[in-house]
Design a binder for this molecule. Structure first.
Ligand code: CUA
Length: 348
């Protein structure tokens, strides 16, 4: 009886992880489904072993317990070929049942589609504490929000810019380390349109827990529109003074458009993104705004003013250090919030 509230609390904890798509137990698409099947198989076999072993154990404890007045020494048995064969063959069979599909799927999931013309090639570079996505064949670089077409194999080539990180979209599949100096490969497939949360899954510094990203799966048409909008000439702030300040104080590290990629996240179309900095949700854009979500202009203002407050140890200076006046800050935040590419037919 005392276990019941504990179990209920645990279930609540598991189910109440905020935006609910951050679960491997709700697999979407072939990769996550395969991984989930393997999980179920191995947990099933383990549970079977635990139940059988415990049942035998408890039976033996009760059946052969020492009874009152019994002082005799039980029969001493040395070796039993029949039993030894049984407890060698059964584990062997269980390991085969587990091992054959595991090996099959592991090789299947490790298939390399980097030469496949049908697959979309994306280079992932993990930085402290943000994600860079480069579509090499399309000449596009973006950050924090991975845009992909549904139903297509997405072949990721992954590396790290500074320390070890790990790329993980729990409901779609993964995860895989992104290591500086080497390249890891993995493919994923997004079965339906939607926004899927991604996380860094390797302890990488003080803001590891905030190193989130989004994967947004869209229709093939929307994806085409996104590609052309990303490649179109970049829009600068209309006000000349603000444009000057933006260029001098932001574009030293950031980039807009596809020329001169910087050392910080590319900002093209940032107004479309579900989050600022990966963690501040935009109530303008998300389908299910929650308490605390703010409009993009507000989030951007707060972020630029003091990014360290949200992601300690990130490389971005605060507005004062950067010499931005409150007026410039507000105008730049508004310009960025309005920088939308409007590539999805539904408008969101
Ligand atoms: Cu990057 Cu943890």
């Amino acid at each position: 009886k005392r276990l019941l509230p504990l179990l209920a609390g645990f279930a609540l904890l598991l189910s109440a992880c905020g935006r609910e798509d951050l679960s491997t137990l709700n697999p979407q698409g072939p990769v996550a489904e395969t991984q989930f099947d393997l999980m179920k198989l191995s947990i099933g076999i383990m549970a079977l072993v635990v139940v059988v072993v415990f049942a035998i154990c408890i039976y033996v404890l009760i059946r052969f317990r020492r009874r009152p007045g019994d002082t005799s020494i039980p029969k001493q048995v040395e070796g039993n070929h029949k039993l030894e064969i049984i407890w060698t063959v059964i584990p062997l069979a269980l390991l085969l049942v587990l091992g054959v599909p595991t090996i099959q799927h592991v090789f299947g999931l490790a298939k390399d589609y980097s030469k496949d013309k049908e697959a979309l090639q994306v280079k992932v570079t993990a930085h402290q504490y943000w994600w860079e996505f480069e579509y090499k064949d399309l000449g596009i670089t973006t950050a924090q929000e991975l845009i992909v077409p549904t139903g297509k194999k997405i072949m990721f080539e992954m590396t790290g810019a500074d320390v070890k990180h790990s790329f993980w979209i729990p409901s779609i599949g993964g995860k895989m380390d992104t290591n500086p100096g080497t390249t890891n490969k993995m493919y994923l497939e997004f079965p339906k349109e939607g926004v899927f949360r991604g996380k860094c899954a390797e302890l990488c510094g003080p803001s590891h827990a905030y190193m989130d990203f989004k994967a947004k799966a869209v229709s093939a048409d929307s994806f085409e529109r996104w590609v052309s909008a990303m490649k179109a000439p970049a829009k600068m702030p209309e006000d000349v003074e603000i444009a000057k300040a933006f260029e001098a104080k932001c574009l030293l590290c950031h980039a807009i458009g596809q020329e001169n990629q910087g050392s910080a996240p590319n900002l093209t179309g940032i107004g479309d993104r579900q989050t600022i900095g990966g963690i501040l949700y935009n109530s303008d854009v998300v389908a299910d705004p929650q308490p605390g979500d703010k409009p993009a202009a507000q989030n951007l203002h707060d972020w630029i003013k003091d990014p360290q407050q949200y992601k300690p140890d990130n490389k971005m200076p605060n507005a004062a250090e950067n010499g931005l006046t409150e007026e410039e800050l507000t105008a730049i935040a508004k310009y960025l919030a309005d920088y939308k590419l409007d590539y999805q037919s539904s408008g969101k």
